[in-house]
Every structure is written in structure tokens, then in C-alpha cells.
Design a protein around this ligand. Structure first.
Ligand code: ATP
Length: 234
């Protein structure tokens, strides 16, 4: 569904992505794990048009992905950014409606709003609450719900567990699996390597802008080197 080929990104003199290639198969969860500054957000931001890449190709459904962010959203990709950037002064419902701003199908929008509230009952309870007053976990749910409101085929999820309590992290990861069950494809970027690998089909390890390992997530989770570096085991 998504194929990134030999991507190079520079920030001035910093070579942030050095010939990165990944494949994301339809209906799967694919994760990118790696430590701070490895280039995970840069990869996601290149796919969704926020960061310009110097060379390489990004193919989506076998066609070259446009570089303009609104065209990328229209083609069925949504990004749920790191740090849950929501519209703090708008209500929960208004935030969700903003996620559907490129759509005209009223019935489809209503159906998706209902589905988002089924996935996140906490948001339904807080429909009229101002988003800036939600807890961190609720804001993460809202950011994910807003992403779903564009009815994407592919969701780019950047660090959904960041700063959340362990119990809430479990809830968020369970919901990611439910979103997969809805038929969506998910590219997940995470520092919480254990949680990411445990729900993913395939995974890539990104270190200083280079992919250093890749494969079946169930195999990677048992790899000694990965356990030492990312799973806190010796
Ligand atoms: P984290 O998990 O800490 O968010 P990351 O793996 O997502 O890290 P990136 O944010 O993609 O890493 O950063 C990769 C490298 O590029 C880092 O060295 C970072 O300092 C650098 N970088 C990122 N954005 C910029 C920018 N706008 N200008 C200059 N350098 C940048």
C-alpha cells in the first residue's frame, strides 16, 4: 500500500534520513522503533508532506504520492501527530468535525462520528468539553478520533504512548488493534518498542537515520540485540 524507497532528508547540514526504505502492506500494523532523534518523526512527516525530502520515492497504492499535505489527506492518508496537537479552544465534537473538513458526504461523516464514539466512549461523554481541558490520554484519543474522521485507509501514528500512564497505554494499544480490525492500515512510530512490537505485523528499527533491522515483529521481539537495546533486557 505504501512503499518508501531510498529516502534522504536533510535539515541544513544534518542528514536525518539516509536512504530509508520501508514497505507497508494493506491491512497491517507496521512499526518503526528507535531511540530519540533516530529520525522516526522525520520519516512520518516526509510521508505526509510536512518535511521535504531531497531524493527517493514515496509510492502509495502504486502511484507517486503527491507532495502537498491536503492532496495527501485526500488520497486517504492521515497523520496523528506526536504531542496530540488538537484545537485547544474547540470542543471535542468540533475537533472531530475538523478532521472531516475535506469531506462532503454528510451521512458518511455521521457514521464515522458514531464509530469514533464507539471506539472512544470517553470522548462521547465529553462531547461539549473544551479540548484543551481534556487529560493527556483523552487528548490522545481525540487526536486519533480526529484522524479517523477523514476516513483514511492509512493512518500514520506518531508516538501515541508518549507521556501516558501504563494502564492508558494498554487502552490506546488495544484501540489501535481495533482500528486495524476496521480494515485500516497503520504505520506506527514508537519509542515504547515492546508495546509497538507486540501489536505489529512487521517492524523496522531506525538508528541515526538508517534502517538497521527489519522483519516479522514476533521475531524481532525475541531478538537478543533488540531486547538489549530497546526492551531493557540483558
Ligand atoms: P524523537 O523520538 O525524540 O521524537 P525521532 O526519532 O522522531 O526522535 P526526529 O525528530 O525525526 O527523530 O529527528 C531526527 C534528527 O533530525 C534529529 O537529530 C533532530 O535533531 C533533527 N531534526 C529534526 N527536525 C529538525 C529541524 N526542523 N531542523 C533541524 N534538525 C531537525
Amino acid at each position: 500500500m505504501l512503499r518508501v524507497k531510498n529516502l534522504n532528508v536533510f535539515y541544513g547540514g544534518i542528514h536525518a534520513l539516509k536512504g530509508v526504505s520501508i514497505d507497508v502492506e494493506k491491512g497491517k500494523i507496521v512499526s518503526i522503533i528507535g531511540s530519540n532523534g533516530a529520525g522516526k518523526s522525520t520519516l512520518i512527516n516526509s510521508i505526509c508532506g510536512i518535511v521535504k525530502y531531497k531524493d527517493g520515492d514515496i509510492l502509495y497504492k502504486n502511484e507517486k504520492l503527491p507532495k502537498q499535505a491536503h492532496k495527501i489527506v485526500k488520497s486517504g492518508i492521515c497523520q496523528v501527530p506526536e504531542g496530540r496537537i488538537i484545537f485547544a479552544n474547540l470542543t471535542v465534537t468540533e475537533n472531530l468535525q475538523m478532521g472531516a473538513f475535506l469531506r462532503n458526504d454528510k451521512q458518511g461523516i455521521q457514521k464515522d462520528m458514531k464509530r469514533v464514539f464507539e471506539l472512544f466512549p470517553r470522548l462521547e461523554e465529553r462531547e461539549t468539553q473544551i479540548a484543551g481541558t481534556l487529560s493527556g490520554g483523552e487528548q490522545q484519543m481525540l487526536a486519533m478520533g480526529r484522524g479517523l474522521m477523514s476516513n483514511p485507509d492509512l493512518i500514520l501514528l506518531d508516538e501515541p504512548s508518549l507521556g501516558l500512564a501504563p494502564l492508558l497505554i494498554n487502552t490506546i494499544f488495544d484501540i489501535i488493534l481495533e482500528i486495524k480490525e476496521m480494515g485500516k492500515t497503520i504505520l506506527l512510530v514508537e519509542q515504547n518498542a515492546f508495546k509497538a512490537l507486540s501489536i505489529s505485523d512487521t517492524a523496522y528499527v531506525l538508528e541515526q537515520g538508517t534502517i538497521t533491522a527489519q522483519g516479522d515483529a514476533k521475531i524481532l521481539i525475541k531478538d537478543e540485540k533488540i531486547q538489549e537495546a530497546y526492551l531493557g533486557k540483558k
